[in-house]
Ligand binder design. Structure first.
Ligand code: PBG
Length: 324
């Protein structure tokens, strides 16, 4: 009798067989670990909606960075929580600002660690928007000057990568030009190129104290329903000089990661956002899912979709699991 079907199960017969045919691998080197740094002393504030994530003051943050480095993590991204906020986010571009001081301290203690600075205004403005607000409108070009100042001050502090997350038009071109003029030609730009106006950012806004006080971010962040718009956003950022492209969030947007992968050749970063983290943590705490298996499955799916790097609050756990 001739066989009339394929035997796919042959390659799944044993763990050894499955290991040699596996197509996608996650490495500790792929991970970017986010840290929230806060003005003040002796602070390790838990964030209720993000179990095991903390706000750190600078006197305590180095131990946390060291722990991540010891696990093999090669890159971190810093989000700042300033002591003071005002309408134009002055503390975002202060040379003595929280992010600038954190970068100087962490680079001094960990010169081989790649330190990424998130470049935005929303944590630093009293209205919580990512740009300058005038009569309820978020002004594009007026915001660019402040974002450039922020990026240059972060580069001056020693950041290896500037990661602008504000979604103003032209921000990559403006920041690239500003960095070049200030003598930072070799500092790269990791653009939040494709960033959707997502409800999955809720827990981050608790962590970073950055919710808009009125309105929402829908005039600058993208509509979750749109796909072609993502190509236009990514293409603009490539043409404006980005070195990395972030797609954010990741899990509900794996199709977009794949699409951008097929169109652009820059390294792609999947941002596994706060809400995606908190859902898994909550279910795991209830004993409803197997945390390790679910987290590994989701980060593997991001790489399978075409991401090179994964920005994730699970980074330390993943690094541990990869060791064993
Ligand atoms: C700031 C910023 C946000 C996130 C990263 N940078 C929040 C927002 O746009 O409201 C979200 C990250 C997360 O949810 O993990 N512009």
């Amino acid at each position: 009798m001739t066989q009339s079907f394929d035997r796919h199960r042959r390659l799944r017969r044993s763990a050894g067989m499955r290991d040699i045919v596996r197509e996608t691998h996650v490495h500790t080197e792929d991970l970017i670990y986010p840290l929230f740094v806060k003005d003040g002393k002796d602070i390790k504030n838990p964030i209720p909606s993000m179990p095991e994530v903390y706000q750190w003051s600078l006197d305590l943050v180095d131990a946390e960075v060291q722990e991540a480095v010891d696990k093999g993590i090669r890159a971190i991204i810093l989000f700042g929580l300033p002591a003071e906020k005002d309408p134009i986010g002055t503390s975002a571009y202060d040379t003595e600002g929280i992010v600038q001081r954190a970068v100087r301290q962490i680079k001094a203690n960990h010169p081989d660690l790649t330190v990424i600075a998130d470049t935005c205004l929303c944590q630093f403005t009293d209205h919580g928007h990512c740009g300058v607000v005038h009569e309820g409108e978020i002004l594009n070009d007026e915001s660019l000057d402040l974002l450039v100042k922020t990026a240059v001050s972060q580069a001056e502090a020693g950041a290896d990568i500037i990661a602008p997350s504000n979604m103003m038009d032209g921000f990559v071109a403006a920041i690239r030009e500003g960095l070049d003029e200030a003598g930072y030609k070799n500092i790269s730009v990791m653009s939040y190129a494709v960033k959707y106006a997502s409800a999955f950012y809720g827990p981050f806004r608790d962590a970073a104290n950055s919710s808009p006080q009125s309105g929402d971010r829908k005039t600058y962040q993208m509509d979750p329903a749109n796909r072609r718009e993502a190509f236009r956003e990514a293409r603009s950022d490539v043409e404006e000089g980005a070195d990395f492209l972030i797609v954010k969030p990741a899990l509900s947007y794996l199709d977009i990661i794949r699409d951008v992968r097929e169109r652009e050749d820059l390294p792609i970063v999947a941002y596994n956002v706060s809400g995606e983290y908190s859902m898994v943590k909550a279910a795991a705490q209830n004993g409803w899912i197997d945390e390790k298996a679910v987290v590994m499955e989701k980060v593997t799916s991001m790489k399978r979709a075409g991401a090179d790097l994964i920005l994730t609050y699970h980074a330390k756990n993943i690094a541990d699991w990869l060791k064993h």
